[in-house]
Design a protein around this ligand. Structure first.
Ligand SMILES: Nc1nc2c(ncn2[C@@H]2O[C@H](COP(=O)(O)OP(=O)(O)OP(=O)(O)O)[C@@H](O)[C@H]2O)c(=O)[nH]1
Length: 465
């Protein structure tokens, strides 16, 4: 993830402010130094870093904190606001019919992103189509077709045609019924004039509402020059940053955003069509700082729940909040979790679990957790319906029987029952919350102020801030 260690190093620097009511120049400088170090390490442009540090320093020393605000919270708020400013707004993409052209360097992730963006729009109720115009890279057609199939969206391409502009024209006609037409183009180096001409021609045929530049998060300082060349050729109004799951960098992409005076539209966080997120500046920074991002999490949870519901009939989250929470509910919830993607990414979004908490986990902790979830499923398969409905009746002898049946140690079965109890307790707390409480909690999340979220139940760990 971009600026991966910013959260933890910043927390260290901010800890120095604990208990202080006034902020000294040295305090602010210590915080600013940490931020500079993290940003430069993540390949953020030096000028951007300097501008940001100046703003933080000036504001922290000159602006008066509101009464009752601790020095630490005040500096944190300023850092948060300035970082949100640095990454900018999210590209405006209204949910209405539109045409999008994707451009970018070879291997940056355009084909994958085309399918991901199409999938994202389809989940918003629009009908998207992917048009593949890459006539250069062998296998590009097949890859795009397969990904569009996985995303369950319309697709157009012509493996026998060499003329990319012609494919674009015919593809736009053939998919005219679609609401959102996404034109994938061949990867090109900005200095290859022939390919830039081709891109310009496709752009004029498509007359898109948006030209999105797809950038690999690992791109470094080179991003600036590349971006300015694409900007000069077709005009860039949004950036897609891909492969954020695999790198601690990503700063180069921020320089590209700045250079093209554009904004970030989407983030790619994995290889499947579902590994895409709409960029949301405040949530993104909250997550970087280890504050969690409940909004994203809620979206993913809702989506996963919907899918589970589609497959399993009419079970829904309200059933969990309604009456008894059984092992059957827990199994449904685990299935929904599986659909949300890798557990570590999901956990990053849970306030109180992101940042500091994650840093303390050993590297293989997540694998163990995934493995535990799989064991839990096997164990539940060995339980009777009655046991699944009333887990409290499972005593020693039943545990022994289930262990024999599932081939899992008794210890694991006790862990499962413990986990169930913990979730039951957490849900009971949620049940006590009215709509107004929920709304207030969401608002606090939006403002990056988690209050006492860390105490909400079995999610472990307190709020790192
Ligand atoms: N881990 C990860 N891999 C990604 C992501 N996006 C794309 N990839 C992988 O990156 C590689 C290149 O992606 P493509 O979509 O083929 O890139 P492209 O820009 O269309 O490539 P060209 O057609 O050569 O320009 C593939 O192996 C993808 O699976 C991402 O967000 N995370």
């Amino acid at each position: 993830m971009v600026l991966d260690d910013l959260g933890s190093s910043l927390r260290g620097a901010l800890d120095g402010l604990r208990g202080k009511s006034r902020i000294s120049e040295e305090d602010v400088q210590a915080v600013v130094k940490e931020i500079q170090r993290s940003l430069l390490q993540a390949d953020v442009d030096v000028d951007l870093v300097m501008d940001l540090s100046d703003s933080i320093e000036t504001r922290a020393l000159e602006e008066e904190p509101p009464a009752g605000t601790s020095a630490r919270d005040w500096v944190l708020r300023i850092v948060y606001e300035e970082l949100v400013e640095l990454v900018g707004e999210s590209t405006e993409l209204p949910l209405e019919p539109q045409t999008i052209v994707l451009a970018g360097l070879q291997g940056s992730g355009k084909t994958t992103s085309a399918a991901k963006i199409a999938w994202w729009f389809s989940k918003k109720g629009l009908r998207p189509a992917v048009i593949q115009t890459d006539t250069w890279r062998p296998g590009a057609y097949e890859q795009a077709e397969e990904m569009a199939e996985r995303a369950e969206v319309d697709f157009y391409g012509d493996p026998d045609e060499d003329d990319a502009v012609k494919i674009a024209r015919e593809g736009l006609e053939a998919t005219a019924d679609a609401d959102v037409q996404i034109v994938d183009t061949a990867g090109r180096h900005a200095l290859e004039d022939g390919l830039i001409d081709e891109l310009e021609d496709i752009e004029s045929v498509a007359d898109p509402d948006h030209n999105l530049l797809v950038l690999d998060a690992a791109i470094g300082q080179e991003a600036k020059e590349q971006a300015s060349r694409f900007e000069g050729a077709v005009g860039i109004d949004g950036v897609v940053i891909t492969k954020l799951d695999g790198t601690a960098k990503g700063g180069g992409a921020l320089a590209a955003v700045n250079e093209t005076d554009s904004t970030i539209a989407f983030l790619g966080t994995g290889e499947t069509v579902k590994d895409v997120e709409r960029f949301e500046p405040s949530g993104f920074i909250s997550r970087l700082l280890g504050m969690g991002d409940l909004k994203q999490l809620t979206e993913r949870v809702e989506r996963a729940m919907e899918e589970t519901q589609e497959e399993e009939g009419d079970w829904g989250p309200e059933d969990m909040l309604d009456g008894e929470f059984t092992l059957k509910d827990m199994r449904k919830q685990m299935e929904a979790m599986n659909k949300m993607g890798p557990l570590d990414q999901v956990m990053d979004m849970i306030p109180g679990l992101g940042g500091g908490m994650m840093d303390q986990l050993p590297d293989d902790a997540m694998d163990v957790t995934q493995e535990r979830m799989r064991d839990f499923e096997v164990i539940m398969d060995s339980m009777t319906d009655d046991e699944l409905e009333n887990p409290r009746q499972i005593g020693r002898s039943r545990t022994e029987r289930i262990a024999r049946g599932s081939g899992k140690p008794e210890e694991r079965i006790r862990e499962l029952l413990e986990q169930h109890k913990m979730m039951d307790r957490t849900l009971n707390q949620f049940q006590g919350m009215g709509d107004a409480d929920m709304e207030r909690m969401m608002k606090q999340m939006d403002q990056g102020d988690m209050g006492d979220m860390g105490d909400m139940g079995g999610m472990g760990g307190g709020n790192p801030f």
